[in-house]
Design a protein. Sequence first.
Length: 267
Amino acid sequence: MEVTSYLNWNPVLADPTGQRQAKPRTLGKTMVMDKGLGPNAFQDMLSIGSSHLDMIKLGFGTSPLYPQHVLKSKINLAKENGICIYPGGTFLEVAITQNAVDSYFDMIVALGFNGVEISNGTIEFNRKFRNELIMRGLDEGLEVITEYGKKGWGSAIELEELIETVLLDTEFGASLVTIEARESGMGVGIFDHQGKCKDEEVGQVLAAVSGQQLLWEAPLKSQQVHLISMLGSDIHLGNISPDELIALEALRRGLRSDTLSLGTRKE
Ligand SMILES: O=C(O)[C@H](CS(=O)(=O)O)OP(=O)(O)O
């Protein structure tokens, strides 16, 4: 007998917040950044946490460094588990600098990726080219995730630019716009040099665009707690370390001291 079947408060135990959607969910998506998990670790992550995992980014240009059969099997496994899997935006930026955009799309489609990230965190390109990249991704049948923000230390959000980017990217068909925070979560975008969140800027962004369109990169636990406490469990969060997947879900559901008040029922 399953333990949960004789706990008559099981639904409460599973989700004290009573808010979490099942997959495929439209709210509260979690994106893990995989920087080179082996096949067993990848399988382990999915077997314990695939119901809490919506997107996997194979960080930067790690994917061409795999033995190809391992890469393909990770991609297939992710898709079998209802997960959008895509290479890091930097990999496309490398292809752009090498004039190899067509080959890039041919390659990721042939490998079986079902998503693509379009970013200009390191290089520059204009709006017209960004639109063309979004449309190319859609034409290839890929889910298109874009990104706003530069990777340089101290780079900040330009509010008007961000708003315009989110509005145009989603109008052209991007499913989500990632807000850059890098792997460190410090000194970039909405996070200051210590990794503390600039709440006022977050508020200004959300006054102008829907939070449902944004995927906040928030690699540090303190940032995940802060954003969930401020904006709720149903925000999209990314750049989560594979070994923090379940712990993040516990935060979202109020199953951890830091967010326990989220699940407090008002009798
Ligand atoms: O995978 C990438 O290219 C980067 C990695 S990190 O977030 O800068 O650590 O992700 P991106 O989503 O392109 O910013």
